[in-house]
Design a protein around this ligand. Structure first.
Ligand SMILES: [Zn+2]
Length: 295
């Protein structure tokens, strides 16, 4: 597995440039060893790179591509934010949090168990914003950045100037807020708080990988995708539309992207945009159709 070191912090680069379902994991090889978001790449190649024994395991949030390697370390206490922890204690709760419809849930459940090795976890340490971990020479601070999921966290290594941003992945696609636990206002606030931390190096779980130039601008460009989607939605609502028409328009996901859960995630995301626009008085709803207010 390819990687890059920052002091005792190793970024273990995922296959295919960390594109989903793969991703970039973090190994802290210090007096205390820790692993953040063990990916499918790590599952396939872990013997060469990662020690057999890991003292503690961290997940930035409850998504399947981030917990795929947890099962390799059954004795390591798993650290995850208190708001996301229930999803890793119970598969039914995980699916409540995903917020898929019944058909997608039935199709996706066996995949999460077989391909992503979901195993309910007993030994969970619940994280809170601001918690600090000292691994020996490396210190890490938990930064709660909700919106993608309610408990999504970034991990900040201040001395090394490195912020692991998890699924705030800085891609051209833009931020994802598609679960039942997602929140659009929280997404915007979290991305501003990432900018405010001013870390010179951002490491994302997916494609953008390691960003060392113009971090504030890169986050701003990523944040702007939200407003581009909002404008597309407003343009579409020049004529009143039902929610199902809005879902079919596929403002977020490509029309040719056909996985079982695609309508559910487009619907969840659009409901968040519609909720924001209605709170701002820019969109109305008559119980059936949504439309754009004039002026
Ligand atoms: Zn995610």
């Amino acid at each position: 597995m390819q990687g890059k070191r920052f002091g005792r912090i190793h970024v273990l680069l995922g296959k295919n440039n960390g594109k989903y379902p793969h991703g970039n994991s973090i190994l802290i090889d210090d007096d205390t060893t820790a692993l953040i978001d063990p990916s499918l790449t790590l599952v396939e190649l872990h013997r060469q790179t990662v020690p057999r024994h890991i003292d503690c395991l961290f997940n930035s949030h409850y998504h399947e591509d981030h917990f795929a390697g947890n099962f390799l370390f059954p004795d390591a206490p798993l650290h995850i934010h208190a708001l996301d922890a229930p999803a890793l204690r119970s598969l039914d709760t995980l699916f409540d949090y995903y917020g898929m419809d019944r058909g997608a849930t039935e199709a996706w459940k066996p995949v999460v168990v077989e391909k992503y090795h979901y195993q309910p976890r007993e030994q969970i340490v619940e994280l809170a914003d601001g918690a600090v971990f000292d691994f020996g020479r490396t210190r890490m601070r938990v930064v709660h950045t909700p919106g993608h999921t309610a408990g999504h966290c970034c991990f900040f290594f201040e001395k090394e100037g490195l912020l692991f941003v998890g699924d705030w992945d800085l891609t051209w696609f833009g931020p994802v807020y598609a679960d039942a636990t997602s929140d659009l206002d929280a997404t915007i606030a979290s991305l501003h708080s990432i900018q405010a931390l001013g870390a010179p190096t951002l490491v994302s779980f997916h494609e953008a990988g390691i960003c060392t130039d113009n971090a504030v601008e890169v986050v701003q460009r990523y944040l702007n995708v939200i407003y581009e989607r909002e404008q597309m939605l407003l343009d579409f609502l020049t004529l009143p539309r039902t929610l199902e028409e809005i879902v079919k328009r596929r403002i977020i996901y490509r029309k040719d992207y056909n996985v079982v859960w695609i309508d559910a995630v487009e619907r969840n995301s659009m409901l968040l945009h519609l909720g924001k626009l209605m709170r701002e008085g820019r969109v109305w709803w008559d119980g059936e159709r949504y439309g754009r207010t004039t002026g």
